[in-house]
Design a protein around this ligand. Sequence first.
Ligand code: SAH
Length: 368
Amino acid sequence: MTATLENKIKNRIREAGPLSVAEYMTVCLLDPVQGYYPTRDPLGADGDFITAPEISQMFGEVLGLWCIQSWIDMGRPETFNLIELGPGRGIMMSDMLRATSLDPDFKAAVNVWLIEASSALEAVQGRTLGAAGVPVQWASRLDDVPSGPSLIIGNEFLDCLPIQQLICNDPFAGKDGWVERRVGLDDEDRLCFVRIDAPAVAGLTRNIPEGADDARKDDLLETCSSVAQIVDSLAQRFANHSGRALFIDYGPEDTEFGDTLQALKGHKKVGVFSDPGNTDLTARVDFAALASVAQAAGLTASAAVPQREFLSKLGIEMRAVALTRAKPDGKSIIARQLNRLTADDEMGELFKAMCLSSAALPPPLGLR
Ligand code: SAH
């Protein structure tokens, strides 16, 4: 009988000691044989979670308009890359491309690239985008997409990147005052968090953002070294060609302390150790840290703008009116969808949009 992913993780801990939270997330989400993403389509009403493009076509459609305006801002290049990070079922890309049909020159110039870690979802994306009428290709890393002017979009992508967890042990000791929280085994052989009582290695403390300077003893900080890798890759790409990267995700505008690693199954929160490989694991995105890493790499970062404000500036209310006029029977459904995307007690305030741009581009539409 094959060992469960939980047992494989426990064996690794027995052999090599506690795993970093990042290693735990990576195994659970991406183990090629038993990991969460490679083995299922997790999205939608029958899945574990639902995302903005899955709620309503309006989301991708107004982002399509954002793409047209960005392409115009870049000087209407005759050929360019439209790259999506973590495209899920390909619905957002499909809605964006439909909206961009408004501008045939955009459609003639676009080369779509999808960066997807799960072969199961790659197959779904292939079916969704089969009739898109533009070239669609896959790459395993952003660096593998050919150079050239590029627009990059990731919705609920950054939240599934592996995070590290650090605990402030001595607020007066600077970066040496942080220790790491890892995943180990308790007395009854169950997975649990353990605190490593030695200063965290420099590779981890390098990513501590300025906003963590006022940490108090025992504050927990989450950092994400994969974000720095993505920013590096964007900076290289934008060094010779213009481009923008738009990230939409849940998280605060400023760095906050606290453990936000969460697991979802069947649209409900469950324990992060409850069923490794069969629950979605995410953590909120630290937009302040993202902006400061991007600025240090020479990119221009917009503010982290609440989703409500961003979608409203892109005209989502007008799109809802037009859709309702075309489908009067759908009026209450469309109103409910709009509310889920934009109301403060739904996704409107918790979710933010942030754009990282190459130098010398005007401020992006809908952001500040
Ligand atoms: N953007 C989609 C899906 C969000 S779920 C939507 O809004 O509906 C997260 C997506 O990122 C999934 O497609 C998942 O397979 C993919 N993913 C997770 N980690 C990844 C990684 N390291 N590299 C590339 N894709 C990844």
